[in-house]
Design a protein around this ligand. Structure first.
Ligand SMILES: Nc1ncnc2c1ncn2[C@@H]1O[C@H](COP(=O)(O)OP(=O)(O)OP(=O)(O)O)[C@@H](O)[C@H]1O
Length: 289
């Protein structure tokens, strides 16, 4: 008998096309699945669909054909321990797929057919009385501002280039204020923070080698310094040496608090200003690997 699965598709994801979805539906059927197609119509749909599937189905296999923002939406609708999640990369950056070393749509389909799944830990923030989960990272400060200030028109015209333009604007309108990071006995004053639940960041760049999706907790990077420090970090990101920079204080934590009112991004989408509390949530969902 075919195994049911639910394919959540975001038609606005960076590399979506109707032809690709047709190919994916066919590929799933060829691998013994009976896929049900769930196209989203708004940014609220991924979480709504996931919540409904967790309520109405027993251990549903929820497959996201989209990017990290759509996966984040689904993550925020899941009931703990109630589903299995698969990923087919159709976004722009596809950082989660890169973390799992998924090399193509066909590779993703083969992994679904193979069916190996492992429980993952995710992060959860509380800010302004709201809770929100992330799977990859929470960025506070520079990267939060870059994501917040990306212009839609530039994103449509330039894709990833729009983030470079936004970064240049953020560097120009420099905010020199600092934030306080508290994790247990540790207190760090710094300019910005990246709380990493996964090792990759911004594409195929390994920012946080000690961050592990499959273990509770984060690798936290507290960044000090001005514009030049960030330019150095951007180079360090390219060759995997950012954590060794003298501008970065690095530690591992299960929970932390971040003060101030700087912009916060989760998994590449702006969510709110700080302050915020961050904690790890073990075993939220089983992820197809
Ligand atoms: N039907 C829809 N209309 C508008 N926005 C949507 C819709 N469905 C989902 N979204 C939102 O679109 C945003 C971007 O989607 P997604 O992350 O899949 O693509 P991407 O930005 O190209 O990829 P990546 O995040 O990997 O770079 C997400 O925040 C998601 O919640």
């Amino acid at each position: 008998m075919s195994r049911r699965c639910f394919l959540i598709v975001n038609p606005t994801s960076g590399t979506y096309s109707p032809q690709k979805i047709e190919r994916i539906m066919k590929g799933l059927a060829e691998r013994g699945f009976a896929p049900e197609l769930l196209p989203t119509q708004s940014a609220a749909d991924p979480a709504r669909f996931a919540a409904r599937l967790c309520r109405e189905e027993s251990d549903p296999l929820i497959v996201v054909a989209g990017g990290d923002g759509t996966i984040n939406g689904v993550l925020n609708g899941l009931a703990p321990g109630a589903a299995t999640l698969g990923v087919i990369p159709l976004g722009t950056s596809n950082v989660l797929a890169r973390e799992l070393e998924i090399t193509s749509v066909d590779d993703a389909l083969d992994r679904l057919a193979h069916g190996d799944a492992r429980p993952i830990s995710v992060g959860e923030i509380v800010a302004g009385g709201e809770r929100r989960r992330f799977i990859l990272m929470a960025g506070v400060g520079f990267d939060g501002a870059v994501v917040r200030d990306v212009r839609l028109s530039e994103k449509k015209a330039l894709g990833k280039g729009a983030y470079v333009l936004s970064a240049l604007r953020t560097l120009w309108n420099w905010d020199a204020s600092t934030v306080a990071v508290t994790a247990g006995e540790r207190n760090v004053s710094c300019h910005g923070v990246i709380v990493c639940n996964a090792s990759k960041y911004g594409g195929n760049f390994r920012l946080a080698p000690e961050a592990d999706l499959f273990a509770p907790g984060f690798q936290v990077l507290c960044i000090s310094g001005g514009r030049l420090a960030y330019l150095g970090l951007a180079l360090g990101l390219l060759n995997g040496t950012a954590v060794f920079s003298s501008h970065v204080t690095c530690f591992n934590a299960l929970a932390l608090e971040i003060s101030g009112d700087k912009a916060v991004q989760l998994d590449g989408d702006y969510v709110c200003p700080a302050p915020l509390a961050v904690r790890t949530v073990p075993d939220l969902v089983r992820l197809v690997v």
